[in-house]
Design a protein around this ligand. Sequence first.
Ligand SMILES: CC(=O)N1C(=O)N[C@@H]2[C@H](CCCCC(=O)O)SC[C@@H]21
Length: 123
Amino acid sequence: AKKCYLTGRWVNDLGSTMTIKILNANGDFSGIYNTSVSATTKEIIPSPLLGSQHPPNRWNQSTFGFTIHWSFSDSITVFTGQCFVNDDGKEILKTMWLLRSCVDKIQDDWKAILVGYNEFEHL
Ligand SMILES: CC(=O)N1C(=O)N[C@@H]2[C@H](CCCCC(=O)O)SC[C@@H]21
């Protein structure tokens, strides 16, 4: 049965895609994220990500987290979630994320974070 390793290509409900490279023995990984949307007007380019996944075991599907260091803006996004195998045998990543934008002054800190959730499917 599928074990929900993050290695490979994923697409989310916004049409963004990511490619996760082979996990090392600790479950750490790197990859590339191609966002289809941005909070900035800057030209979007693929951006590196680093993360970790708990090795899935037989009793449950595993949790993970990763950080995207955007190449085209001064912001950072962190994702966390869990990989599930649904009733059709499809691997689904249920995630939540925080996008921290870079604001000019501390008085603007209140509007510096966006939060959201979404799902990724394995390509
Ligand atoms: C999966 C998902 O929800 N998102 C996705 O695929 N792209 C957007 C954001 C892209 C931020 C780009 C950098 C910037 O605008 O500063 S990260 C969360 C959201």
